[in-house]
Design a protein around this ligand. Structure first.
Ligand SMILES: Nc1ncnc2c1ncn2[C@@H]1O[C@H](COP(=O)(O)OP(=O)(O)O)[C@@H](O)[C@H]1O
Ligand SMILES: [Mg+2]
Length: 292
């Protein structure tokens, strides 16, 4: 019998922290697949040894974006890579929110500032303040919230990012995030499970790259509107097949309607420990791709 080998792609930092890896290895074994975590980058791994590589906890890619996208393209030439390399490229830059909006998906109102273009600092304000963040980011890196009337500080933050050649997003601070950011996990295009987590930007005016990005996680039963919004976001994703995995992060607006804060197709934490059936669900979707 031939062995089907799966690489669960991680990073030096992710390997010890990614709590989804162990249950996935076990669930994949239950489907007859041999899986192992493999660190991306540095040209060390022989990816052609694997029937499939599944990107999981490549959490260091933000600072190495070009290298990471090059790795994805190269890896996709020698094995099957999921999510696919073009989707990884598309999703690594949050300009994709515009495309979701064009498809009618309710997204967090976002103003994009591009390096080299001017903006009026006074406009970086709102009744509940604003959030300033880079268009390529994860784990709230280089991200801060500014209270109403602090547009000068918000503009200083935006300018510092722009001067480093980084695209910037400015959003109204969504105060109902205190009711929980919803994270809906979709596997093979279908809803699997969901969690709620606490607000991350609890201290206004502070950039803190050591923040824990997932505070106070609890299982969440999504409303119909939340599931519809997550599926609408997924339907707007380019490509012929649904992503293997997706996480859609939602925050409620003033009227209680869900807005997409983020659609994660690269390396989302999937909180598999919050739903005992989810590792098997994921493993079955992986098995279908590894042995088409
Ligand atoms: N517009 C916003 N309103 C309220 N909180 C926000 C907003 N944008 C970001 N945050 C907080 O900052 C965290 C990180 O921002 P996010 O957009 O998820 O980017 P990433 O996870 O890629 O760093 C979120 O989980 C949320 O707690
Ligand atoms: Mg996030």
């Amino acid at each position: 019998m031939t062995v089907t080998r799966v690489a669960l792609v991680t990073s030096e930092a992710g390997a010890g922290l990614d709590e989804d890896l162990a249950p996935l290895v076990t669930a994949l074994a239950g489907c007859g697949l041999t899986a192992e975590p493999v660190v991306w980058g540095g040209g060390r791994a022989a990816w052609e040894r694997f029937d499939l590589a599944v990107v999981r906890s490549t959490w260091d890619y933000v600072a190495r974006l070009d290298e990471f996208l090059g790795w994805a393209d190269a890896t996709a030439r020698v094995t099957r890579l999921w999510n696919p390399a073009p989707l990884i490229r598309w999703n690594s830059d949050k300009h994709y929110l515009r495309e979701l909006a064009r498809h009618g998906v309710p997204v967090t109102p976002t103003r994009f500032l591009e390096p080299g273009s001017a903006f009026d600092p006074a406009e970086l304000d709102g009744p509940h303040g604003v959030v300033v963040k880079p268009t390529v980011s994860a784990a709230a890196l280089d991200t801060a919230r500014y209270e109403a009337g602090r547009s000068g500080e918000a503009a200083r933050h935006a300018r510092a990012l722009l001067e480093r050649g980084r695209g910037v997003m400015v959003q109204p601070y969504l105060p109902r995030i205190t009711e929980g950011e919803r994270a809906l996990v979709l596997i093979g295009g279908a809803f699997s499970h969901a969690v709620r987590k606490g607000p991350v930007l609890t201290e206004p005016g502070l950039v803190d790259d050591d923040r824990f990005p997932h505070p106070d996680v609890v299982p969440h039963r999504p409303t119909g509107a939340e599931i519809r919004t997550a599926l609408a976001a997924l339907a707007a994703v380019p490509g012929p097949r649904p992503p293997l995995f997706a996480r859609v992060d939602l925050v409620l607006d003033d009227r209680g309607e869900p807005l997409v804060l983020e659609l994660e197709l690269v390396e989302p934490n999937l909180f598999l420990d919050t739903d005992p059936r989810s590792p098997a669900r994921f493993a079955e979707a992986v098995a279908a791709l590894a042995r088409p």
